[in-house]
Structure formats: C-alpha cells, structure tokens
Design a protein around this ligand. Sequence first.
Ligand code: GDP
Ligand code: MG
Length: 437
Amino acid sequence: NLSEKLDKAFHILKGHGKITEINVAETLKEVRRALLDADVNFKIAKDFTARVRDKAIGQNVLTTLQPGQLLVKLVKDELVDLMGGDVAGVNLSGNPTVILMSGLQGSGKTTFSGKLANYLKTKKNKKPLLVACDIYRPAAINQLHVVGKSIDVEVYSEIENKNPVEIAQNAIKYAKANGFNLVIVDTAGRLAVDEEMMDEIARVHQAIQPHETLFVVDSMTGQDAVNTAKAFNDRLNFDGVVLTKLDGDTRGGAALSIKSVVNKPIKFIGTGEKMDAIDAFYPSRMADRILGMGDVVSLVERAQAQFDEEEARKLQKKIAKNQFGFDDFLAQIQQVKKMGNMKDLIGMIPGASKAMKDIDIQDDAFKHIEAIIYSMTPEERSKPTLIDTRRKNRIAKGSGTKIEQVNQLMKQFDQMSKMMKMMQGPGGKQMMKMMGG
Ligand code: GDP
Ligand code: MG
C-alpha cells in the first residue's frame, strides 16, 4: 500500500542531512515511467515531469536537506493540481435539477445513472426520476428499470417513442407534475465516437438544457479515453467527468490525461457494479494511486544511491570473477557512508537483512576500516589472500589499530565477498544498485 511505502521512504530519508546531491533527472525518468505505466498519455507525462523538474530546480532541491522527500512531495502536489485540486461537487440548482449522462456504450452510463440517483437520494434527500433515452435496444430500457427497482427509484420510459429528445422533454414535464426534484437522463452510446450519436446527444442537450452534463468514461480504456473525452467535450462542453471501473487494479492514469486535455473536473468514480459503488473523486487519493504504480520507494532509493549503472556492472563482473578486493570494499564503504545509515537501507531489501546481520558496520567503525585498508599495499588490496600474519602486523601498526581489528576486517571482508557473490539474484541486483559504484 502506497502510504506505507511513502512512510517508509520518508523514514529512510530522515536524518540523511548529509545527502546533498540527488539525481533529479534519473528520478524524474522513473516518475515518467510510473505515469506511463498508469496509462497517462505520453505527451502529458513528458510535460508533467518537465514541470516538476523546473519546480524542483527552482526550489533548490539540489541543496535541500531531504531532497528525495521534497521531490516526492513535488510530484504528488503537481499530480493533485493537475487533477483539479479540490473535490468538485455536482450542480444541484433548478427544480427539477436535470442531469444528462453522456459517453460511449459500455462506459457505465446506465449503471452510474442508478448509482447517482441512489447517492443523491440518500445523501441529499432528493427525489430522483431516471429517464431511459437509449431507444435503440429494448434491453437497455429494461436494464434501467432493473436498476431503478433495485434502488427504489422510478424510471420514466416510452417504449414506442423513437425520439430521445421528446422522451427527455416529456420526462421533465412528468417530473414537474409529480414532484420529482431530480431528473437523470440516461442516453444511448455507440462503441466508438460517431457523428450520428454526437448529433443525437447534442440535440437532447440543446433541448433540455441540463444543469449538469456528465461524461462517463471507462478508466480501463487508457489512452483512448483522451480522444473520446475531447470529442464529447467539443460537442457538449460537459461539466464534469465520471471515471468508472476504478475497482480492481485499474491504474487511473486516464484521470490525469482527461483532466489535462478537456480541463473539466472529475467528479465521481465508479468502483464496482453494485449501486453503492460510487465515490466522490479525490485528486489526492488518485495521485497516491498513480504514484503507487511506480513504486515511489524504489524511485527514492535510486536517487539516493546515485546509481551508476556502469560502475555497478563492473563491480558485478569483478565479483563474478572473484576479483573483488579491498579497494572495492573501500569504495562500497564510502558509498554507504554517503548514503547514511546502512542498516535502514539493508532492511528494505527482502532477504538481505538476514545475510547482513553478522556484518556489523557501525558508522564509527568506518574510521578504523578505512585506516586499515589505507595501510595495505595496492597489491594486498586487490589480492587479499596475500595478507598473512606478518603483513597483518605491519598493517595494524601502520593504521594504528590492533591486529584483532585487522583480523575482524578480514573476516568481514570475507563475509562481504561471499554475500556479494550470493547476491547475483534479483534481490542482489537491487542491492548492488543501492551500493552504487
Ligand atoms: P452503458 O452502456 O454506458 O450504459 O454501460 P453500463 O452501465 O451498461 O455498464 C456496462 C458494464 O460495465 C456493465 O456490465 C456494468 O455492470 C459494468 N460497470 C459499470 N460501472 C462499473 C464499475 O464501476 N465497476 C465495474 N467493475 N463494472 C462496472
Ligand atoms: Mg446504457
């Protein structure tokens, strides 16, 4: 779950005031990938990251104490902004309030008409009337009747009438005469945008002048949603968007794309087939959802570790060939020191914490380790097996440490080399990345 991940990411960043550099470009590349994974339109994702980068640089992320944290926050704020900031309500003026549904066939208009009627009936004490204007399929009229029955809301339909404009107008008259203060007009859709459908809904729209026109879109349609939204908006200038089928693992990137293209608020989401599976749209929650796909933690990790792919590859080769030496060990330690508390980092890698348990690398222990390694000759560093007792004594003297400390380091080094070799699997790769070059 994303908020846990964020907490963890922030926790890791805490106390890492020494990190003064962050690879913003690399991180934003990850953000962009996350957006694309969430079905955000390519150009929108690109513009988005460019904007965050400008802001990040403007805010001196490069010198701030907790750059990763700030960057994640910037990304999230920008997402929330893009998706509309505050929660947008539905216009309930007029008596009766007239709400028109638009959208492609299968987008969820009929289902959502029922959900909205039920929602406004229970939350706003409205007396709704559902209107069946999908005159092409008898089954569609029937479907709305089934929906209406399940929520105890009356449905207006005219089986013989093939003119949706008339039906809608008659329904409003009927509502006025019978004390309904909310009329929800369900319409026909096509499988794809076509002129006939657009003309028809535009005529209904023109005739009944709804207080609220909602565009219903299946969030699973991904990139296509943008074009559809644009086509409907060009004709209807709708007031808001309903994103359906956000249950399951639908990624919701469509929300961001649609909002960017038509600049209309997303007002509701549908999260299931049942009548109570409706929710107001919260930009902040959707931002979490979109970010969750990109695994913010790994993104922050990467930025922190200043991953240098080339170096890590070289190192892996060395390990594979048994050429891992004290120079590399020293480089690792320095990298670790740069990153801060190693135990926190190791704790994030599944399985690694166990392997690392015995290797006690305390911050103050680094000083000794470094001193010892500096007292080794280059030859000894690259070929640790050369280091016999005589050499150990010399190294201890040279580094101002005790021979036990040298022995301990040799042991640690040995364990570390073994572990490095062990970590050639997936978890290990991650570890290598984090340890950098
Ligand atoms: P319409 O053609 O636009 O009227 O779409 P329908 O309301 O008939 O919905 C098409 C299908 O999508 C139906 O099987 C619905 O049960 C289903 N559906 C609608 N909204 C949701 C939703 O939020 N979640 C899920 N899982 N299914 C939905
Ligand atoms: Mg329908």
